[in-house]
Design a protein around this ligand. Structure first.
Ligand code: ADP
Ligand code: MG
Length: 453
């Protein structure tokens, strides 16, 4: 007898219910809605993309397994954001067509259409990286080759790689571009080795005929000698044909472990750009962008509150937004700073609350420019002192959250707040107009962060 989609889903939720806390179940599982089962793909209606993301991370495998076991054939899960859940209608401002969760794996170039330059918020922490990526997207193979992007988890590396891919696809459709994680490259390569020479040849051919290769999380290649060897050959072939290579990693080239020296030496041939954790202003801007992308309404003071609490990682920032919005949808409670405080309590790690002081900034900047720490507070106005001092003011404004321009002025030997504002504006303009200066500022920011403990 044929079992209906509803019955199948009931079986799945009965199973899940036993294995997760009720609160989690209520929040994430009960709003889901089974839609259809066709060609071994089970389609699940979800309230918005946050749900797809959560499910992918926490339950997809489990659900696929339950369904596959029951139907005795492999079943894949796919998600469809839905508009017509009445609870959501009441709270959420909607546009006619919400973006549906793209099935990236089905796409040959593996480029995720959601990640574009337009949705990437630019701030001091990522300006140089964003600028470099845009330059590469506009002139692949011409300006920076290779481009090496690095930065901590969840700071936008993958987003930028896809953005390059999307830009090229749109503006230069005849070019062949491919996104691949180092992990996928590795497993593809291992797979190919099991087959005949034809498979090997087509693997080589696929990579060597690209116009732009975007390879993500290269640190994954650590210790994988054969893969590195293969990648080395591909790199050389592409490079000598003046084809673009973009590499991302969670650390700078020279800190990559168990990666062949000859590869590392090539990574530094072109341009290297890092991404730092975003400052408060950028975090708020990112939250605003995400809320509007996902068509959820969150009051400004709440956005601000989230942004002051979650500091290190944009993925966590998004996660918090998603959590509080789902919570409020589900419980029908309005989002206030108070309620948000409670919801966020258990996701915020104390390590997020590292403190950067103006003192520390002044020390690092002074030593960077071979000045005396006292010069930061002195009345001297020679360029050699005034310019670094302005940089320190800019950093004090951007790397700390709690000081007003008046307080910053006080910390710089009792200067007026307009002097601080002028300095902040001037340095900001310079970082925008001069990417190399921006890179220098990033470097100083990194020094400040790494000397704080
Ligand atoms: P990484 O690859 O560095 O770990 P991701 O590119 O996956 O980080 O970014 C994590 C999430 O944060 C993604 O959803 C991405 O869209 C978002 N994100 C990161 N930086 C920005 C930004 N500057 N503007 C908007 N969204 C961002
Ligand atoms: Mg990534």
């Amino acid at each position: 007898m044929e079992i209906s989609v509803k019955e199948l889903w009931q079986m799945v939720v009965d199973n899940i219910k036993q294995n997760i806390p009720t609160e989690t179940y209520d929040l994430w599982i009960s709003p889901l809605n089974p839609l259809s089962l066709e060609d071994n793909i089970f389609i699940l209606g979800v309230p918005n993309n946050f749900f797809s993301q959560w499910l992918q991370e926490h339950q997809q495998e489990n659900i696929e397994k339950i369904l596959s076991d029951k139907l005795e054939k492999p079943i894949k899960l796919d998600f469809k954001p839905q508009q017509d859940l009445s609870q959501i209608m009441e709270k959420v401002e909607r546009s006619p067509e919400p973006p549906s969760a793209p099935a990236i794996n089905k796409q040959k170039d593996r480029i995720d259409p959601r990640y574009v330059f337009d949705s990437f918020v630019v701030g001091a922490s990522n300006r140089y990286a964003q600028w470099s990526c845009e330059a590469v997207a506009k002139n692949p193979g011409q300006q920076f080759n290779p481009l090496f992007i690095y930065g901590g988890v969840g700071l936008g590396k993958t987003h930028l790689l896809h953005a390059i891919g999307n830009y090229i696809k749109q503006n230069n459709p005849s070019l062949r571009v491919l996104y691949v994680t180092a992990e996928n490259f590795f497993s593809e390569f291992v797979d190919v080795l099991r087959f005949d020479d034809n498979a090997k040849a087509s693997f080589k051919n696929k990579y060597r005929t690209l116009d732009c290769l975007l390879i993500d999380d290269i640190q994954f290649m650590a210790g994988k000698t054969a893969s590195q060897e293969e990648f080395y050959n591909i790199f050389n072939a592409l490079f000598s044909a003046r084809k673009q290579i973009v590499i991302s990693a969670d650390r700078p080239p020279k800190e990559l472990e168990k990666v062949a020296e000859r590869l590392i030496s090539r990574f530094v041939w072109g341009n290297i750009a890092d991404i730092q954790p975003p400052n408060l202003e950028t975090r708020v801007a990112i939250l605003r962008q995400k809320a509007s992308d996902e068509k959820i309404f969150v009051p400004d003071d709440v956005l601000m509150h989230i942004a002051t609490q979650v500091k290190s990682n944009i993925r966590e920032l998004e996660g918090s937004l998603l959590r509080i919005s789902s919570f409020s949808l589900f419980t029908q409670t309005p989002l206030t700073v108070d309620s948000v405080q409670k919801i966020l309590k258990d996701i915020i790690k104390p390590s997020d609350n590292v403190r950067i002081t103006i003192d520390l900034i002044q020390k690092v900047v002074a030593s960077e420019f071979n000045l005396d720490f006292k010069d930061m507070r002195s009345k001297k106005r020679t360029d050699a002192i005034a310019f670094p001092r302005q940089i320190a003011m800019y950093l004090a404004r951007n790397m700390t959250d709690e000081f007003s321009t008046t307080e910053i002025g006080d910390a710089f030997g009792g200067r007026d707040h307009t002097t601080v504002m002028y300095a902040v504006e001037k340095i900001k303009e310079k970082t925008v107009s001069d990417p190399y200066f921006n890179a220098k500022i990033n470097e100083i920011m990194k020094k400040i962060r790494s000397s704080e403990n």
